[in-house]
Ligand binder design. Sequence first.
Ligand code: NAI
Length: 343
Amino acid sequence: MSRGGFEEIIALHHGPSGLRGFLALHDTSAGAAYGGIRRWQYQDERRALLDCMRLARSMTHKCALAGIEAGGAKLVLIDHAGLDLPAAYRHIGQVVERCAGRFYTGPDVGTGPEELGWVAEGTGNVTDPGPEGPGDLAEATSAGVFAGMEAALRHLDGEEDWSRRRVVIQGLGAVGGRLAQRLRERGASVVAAEIESDRALQLAAELELELAEPGSELDQRCDIFSPCAMGGVVHDVTLKRMQCRIVAGGANNILARPVHGDRLHEQGVLYLPDVVINAGALIRGAGFHMDSTMASVPEIEKRIADTSARILALSEAESSPPMRVAEAEAERLLEERRGWVRS
Ligand code: NAI
């Protein structure tokens, strides 16, 4: 925990609702820490804590790279059969409120508008999913991922004629579904894998997607592989199966470990880091809370396209994987910022 530079980590337990989980506040040196609530059936508490810490630290890097004067946090809630959802989320609202403005929270896997409504009963420091809030955050995220994909194509091929491109999406949820729609509107062929078969069939019919059996998507030859479900998708085994030229997705922490970014680079696969391209919701949400502004979709696309192009140019100039360049750049920006705070 100290090696990762964490400011505070809180273990959560609430007997009446069955809530167990963690809140990691990675860095509030520049302002409040932002991070959503993830509900997931973790195998054990150790895995939940590690996920919470990795996600919180990534949020700090995401803020730095997106030029947002804020830090990173995450709250994970361990899902299990006995969990009383409304009571657990209401308790989380009280936890957020006790952080007294150091922590702002919002959606993530397993936490949507209904759950956020329960949190909002106890605190105002949560994304309002209604008309008074910052709007469709998943749309903001998918717009940024799309802009990152275009930057990657321009970097490799000098153009982004989508009608010649085939994209494989893993996970057709809030982000993946919107991304599939955008890609289809631009004429790309889209292959998708989704474990909820009703959702998969419905979106495939609506958007004319080709469906792949979940688990087989990695074997598909394509221009871009886009993980939009859970993290840790790129690891020792999957690396050998990948048939793509670019990895660019909405999921947080796509690499199981940083070394897998090096391996992708060695294999000639361009991996555009998630901390660079999935910042759309953060840009929209943090701006909304911090100064009541509402970044538009074109503004988000431009900001993420510019950052992506800068990271890719640096990566080429330094012959270093984009993931390493992004990490160094985030650390440099954070040091610069901490210098301002100290002086
Ligand atoms: P979601 O829960 O709406 O969608 C995830 C989808 O992936 C679900 O439909 C689920 O059934 C599917 N799925 C899960 N495991 C799968 C597998 N192995 N193969 C195929 N499909 C699988 O979540 P959302 O909001 O779309 O987020 C997706 C990812 O993007 C997460 O990692 C999240 O942390 C990240 N993210 C989301 C943001 C947002 O604005 N919603 C912002 C930044 C990151």
